[in-house]
Design a protein around this ligand. Sequence first.
Ligand code: ZN
Length: 188
Amino acid sequence: MHFEDYTPLFQAQVLALADRISGKGYFPNPSEISKGPNAYMVVCLSDDDELIGFAHGTVLPKNTLASFLENRVTDIPDDLRKADAEGAIGVIQTVGVLPEYRGERIGSKLLTIVHDKLVGLGGDKLIATFKRGPGSTKIEGVMERMGFTFWTRQDSYWREQCDKGEFLCTQRTDKCNCQALFFRKAVY
Ligand SMILES: [Zn+2]
């Protein structure tokens, strides 16, 4: 397998993979979100050039952390507030790997690539967000190895959108039961 920077050539494959993992309609247009000097996306391809994973992140513009968190997280620590005012918060927003390739550390390689890129783009405090359904794999160990600590968990983060049918959660039962997990790390 190998890793490449995202280009629009991968758009359809990234969307199909995201639909399968995070729920249909959850993930916006990958070419849109990977635009701009502070955004970055990497893909992982099999030896047959099948897309088997991707991850993306961005360095947030100044004073946009609260809105990035959709104003749902109220206990923002001081060091994050300060970094937010400086435009130095890097966020790893999504990582996805095909279920049949899990356990091969592809996810942690993708995370590491995005992590290093965000640091290079001026990310001083990093946040990683995960949408996790009841059957999802554990991410805590990978994040700890990368120096992240658990920050907060939001049980109802997606519920409103999910209930409105804005995306189709893969593991939805009669209600939305996926969580948002947030990890954080100080680079310097
Ligand atoms: Zn849901």
